[in-house]
Design a protein. Structure first.
Length: 299
């Protein structure tokens, strides 16, 4: 191993692995993990919903995705690190104070999520190139709401709308008063979604090649969350477990490479082989499983 201290995330991985190998008790670990993925892995073990063998497989996948210090180290061998490394990992993670009930892992600069319904206080109405936007405040955050008719909102002081997008720098939330994006697809369409997403998941889990049609449909599902250009984009976003859009943008690029590779593009095939560590594969698999489950469940 490289001669450098473990990072906090590496410490979390070591501690989680030590717990899965039954070498340290669970008490106090969960409250000190910042990694949502590691929480998802060891939490079910503590509650009896997952076996330790399943957790070891999940940690193995986590390690493969985060190949840095622990390159090709299976989780059952992580506990064999020398005593100094183990003690360093435990000491660093125990420096964190336990989270209090209801406390967020990382405080948000914008305390809202896409889909929330909010009240905006109108401060300005802008009209440019024939388009009208209402500018206002939701709490301390600037909000922007496109409207079709300026006269219909003349004199309006507050407006109720739902959040369709969030920009962090500078802080800005995008609003809408229409239901565009919340359409529920028909049963047949949902079944097609499940087939495409399942094929994509199997490729990233076991390298089973999907068809180009399945890849194209799966890509369109991820793209619509970014573009917000289909009447079910928000429905898809919720079904996939509300993934981080920065992750989704990377997934789209990788899925595009996969589509080109299936069509015989050798350069895309070479690029695809080098992307595994760079696109949050564990998060992609979680989104795929969530979509399969939610679109397969009758509403």
């Amino acid at each position: 191993m490289a001669k450098r201290p473990l990072t906090p995330r590496e410490c979390e991985l070591v501690v989680s692995s030590l717990y899965v190998m039954e070498l340290i008790p669970f008490e106090g670990i969960m409250e000190r993990l910042e990694s949502i993925t590691l929480r998802d892995i060891i939490g079910p073990v503590a509650s009896g919903e997952m076996t330790r063998e399943q957790a070891a497989d999940a940690l193995d996948q986590y390690i493969k995705v985060r190949r840095r210090r622990f390159r090709n180290v299976p989780p059952e061998h992580l506990w064999s690190l020398d005593d100094r490394m183990e003690q360093e990992a435990l000491r660093m993670i125990r420096k964190r104070a336990p989270l209090t009930a209801g406390e967020k892992l990382q405080p948000k600069a914008i305390p809202f999520e896409m889909g929330d319904t909010v009240e905006m206080t109108v401060t300005e109405i802008q009209e440019r190139n024939g388009k009208v936007n209402v500018i206002g405040k939701v709490g301390q955050v600037t909000a922007k709401l496109p409207v079709a008719n300026r006269q219909a909102i003349k004199g309006t002081k507050t407006m109720s709308a739902w959040i369709t997008g969030i920009e962090k720098k500078p802080a800005l939330i995008h609003l809408s008063t229409s239901d565009y994006g919340k359409h529920q697809p028909s049963t047949d369409v949902q079944a097609a979604y499940v087939t495409a997403i399942a094929a994509l998941r199997r490729y990233f889990e076991s390298a089973e090649l999907p068809s180009t049609e399945e890849v194209d449909l799966a890509k369109s599902l991820f793209q619509r969350m970014i573009r917000r250009d289909q009447n079910d984009w928000f429905t898809v976003y919720v079904a996939m477990g509300r993934p981080q859009l920065d992750h989704v943008r990377r997934w789209v690029k990788v899925i595009q490479m996969l589509g080109k590779s299936l069509r015989g593009d050798d350069e895309s095939t070479r690029q695809l082989a080098s992307q595994e560590d760079r696109f949050f594969k564990d998060a992609l698999l979680r989104a795929c499983r969530a979509a399969e489950k939610n679109f397969s469940t009758p509403t």
